[in-house]
Design a protein around this ligand. Structure first.
Ligand code: FAD
Ligand code: DLZ
Length: 502
């Protein structure tokens, strides 16, 4: 009577639902590095190295705890290259009488799991909100909004609550969380975890097997074990959380990580549980070590956005990825692969994407995503790019952020208005413009900031769609007050720029 327990590459959690209560004497954990998962998109080299190294460390740790682990390496002889085939082969190899798994995050892998004969699939209770609870909450609601979801979850969990009221009297401190980084304030760098022997072996394997994939490996310093992830969490709580809120939306030339946590890769792999990350932030606040605006901002991201986007991804189904409410059809411009746009903000975001497989939220949303939105890039192409380039990218979290939040391709299901902004926003939030060869004050012409040159064209092009959105009325009104000559000049100038992108 052997129980087979397949663990996926982003299920690296010691008390995963399917492991809980299993008898180590009669169970076999199966972990498999497979080509299908390594190549459904050509992942950034650091993402591949992170997943494989973390999988190998997790397997070794379980073995040390007394589990039997069957670990199939990418180069193991006979590797079938598919998760389902590896699971079925392992079941036969071990004479398994039962297979128990925790549900996968992505539609693609959920479909594979569902087709494995006789497998029991358990809910992934590492997330705080279950699908049925979300469905019940959503039923009868006219609109979906993060703010409503988040308040519901604050009440449900009691996090940052004083009775039925939000701690401090406000549900959010967004208005306090929009400061540019002042000169002279140097954010403490996040810890760098030196690759051990296992990681070095994986780095060499990735370089050898995936030489053409995007990105560099030289600066691979991600936490790959639970112990390292806990150390990364402790470092963030002590050194960056207190100012996380203030500079959450800041952009700064030469400052890659600011006060961000860089925890998403570890949390998405399962090395850290969202509940413990939240608990650590709340404990810092209770101890007086982190102000409310910082902790609320952080809680909102994990308890709010992270849960919310997953539930939208799961309930909207695979077709959501093909949403294209604005009918954007431009192929992804080469600057997304080459980083030679000449725009200081864009090229900085690109460089750290290439070198760290990470960029912070405002770079993803207001620099990279915003540029694609203004240029009318096909949202599905952009989604594939985002899925490739970040160490924390899994479709369940990446796709709603790109399709919904960033590109408004779902027509406003996830977010209330398109995150479209001219260069003025980027100028306000940081100092990139001072280092840029383009002029952020100029609206048209070759020297003008490309975000400015594209902004009004985006508004004009999408006037019909935006007219139904109350939050866009003021902008539309401004556009409509321009003289026809000015409108024409702006659109012709944008067309000239768009021509150079193709
Ligand atoms: P911090 O700024 O320190 O935030 C703390 C945590 O909150 C993050 O670790 C993350 O777990 C969570 N979080 C914050 N914002 C979001 C959000 N919008 N959605 C879900 N969780 C959030 N996040 C991913 O995990 N994977 C992705 O592939 C991904 N793609 C994105 C694409 C676009 C276009 C945008 C706008 C956002 C994307 N995000 C994604 C959300 C967010 O940008 C990243 O989670 C964050 O930048 C990761 O860095 P960090 O861990 O330092 O986050
Ligand atoms: C991301 C990833 C990669 C690159 N490789 C593997 C792998 O070889 N084996 C595996 O079990 N999981 C891998 N993963 C993570 C899966 O893609 C992840 O479990 C799904 O995205 C969840 O739906």
């Amino acid at each position: 009577m052997t129980l087979l327990l397949p663990i996926l590459g982003d299920q690296l959690t010691g008390d995963l639902a399917s492991l809980r209560g299993a008898d180590r004497a009669t169970s076999v954990i199966l972990m498999a590095e497979v080509m299908d998962e390594a190549s459904y998109v050509p992942h950034h080299k650091q993402k591949l190295a992170l997943v494989f190294s973390a999988m190998r460390h997790f397997a070794a740790e379980r073995e040390a705890e007394g589990w039997r682990v069957d670990y199939v390496r990418l180069d193991s002889p006979g590797n079938a290259g598919r998760l389902d085939a590896e699971i079925i082969a392992a079941a036969a190899r071990h004479g398994a009488s039962a297979i128990r798994m925790t549900e996968a995050g992505e539609h693609r892998v959920r479909a594979l799991q569902a087709a494995i004969p006789g497998a029991t699939i358990l809910e992934d209770d590492r997330f705080l909100v279950s699908l049925p609870a979300f469905a019940a909450w959503r039923a009868g609601r006219k609109r979906l909004r993060l703010e409503d979801f988040y308040r519901w979850q604050r009440r449900e969990t009691g996090m940052l609550m004083e009775g039925d009221a939000p701690a401090g009297g406000q549900w959010n401190y967004d208005a306090d969380n929009r400061k540019p980084l002042p000169a002279g304030l140097v954010p403490p760098p996040p810890p760098r975890f030196a690759p051990d022997e296992t990681t070095r072996e994986v780095l060499a394997m990735v370089e050898a097997r995936f030489p053409a994939n995007f990105g560099t490996l030289d600066r691979f310093h991600w936490p790959v074990t639970r112990a390292e992830a806990l150390s990364a969490l402790a470092d963030f709580i002590a050194n960056r959380l207190p100012r996380f809120g203030d500079y959450e939306d800041a952009l700064a030339q030469g400052e890659e990580t600011l006060f961000h946590s860089l925890l998403a890769p570890a949390v998405n792999l399962g090395l850290l549980a969202p509940r413990e990350v939240l608990a650590a932030a709340l404990a810092a606040h209770a101890a007086g070590a982190a102000p409310l605006n910082a902790v609320e901002g952080f809680v909102r991201q994990i308890l709010g956005w992270r849960e919310y986007v997953r539930l939208i991804y799961l309930t909207e189904g695979p077709d959501y990825l093909r949403s294209n409410a604005l009918g954007a059809a431009r192929p992804l411009p080469a600057i997304f692969w080459e980083g030679n746009s000449g725009m200081a903000c864009f090229d900085a975001a690109f460089a750290q994407t290439r070198d760290l497989a990470w960029a912070h939220h405002i770079q993803r949303l207001m620099v990279l995503g915003n540029f694609a939105l203004l240029a009318g890039v096909d949202p599905f192409e952009l989604h594939l790019w985002f899925l490739v380039v970040y160490a924390d990218a899994y479709e369940w979290v990446e796709a709603p952020n790109v399709i919904g939040m960033s590109q408004w391709a779902d027509g406003g299901l996830l977010g209330s208005k398109p995150y479209a902004a001219s260069g003025a926003y980027i100028h306000r939030m940081g100092n990139h413009c001072r280092h840029c060869r383009f002029d952020v004050k100029a609206k048209t012409g070759d020297q003008a900031c490309p975000y400015n040159r594209l902004y009004w064209d985006f508004i004009a092009r999408n006037e019909r769609h935006l007219a139904t959105n109350q939050r866009m009325w003021r902008t539309l009104d401004t556009w409509r007050r321009f003289t026809p000559e000015r409108q024409q000049a702006l659109r012709q100038d944008a067309a000239r720029l768009l021509e150079t992108l193709s």
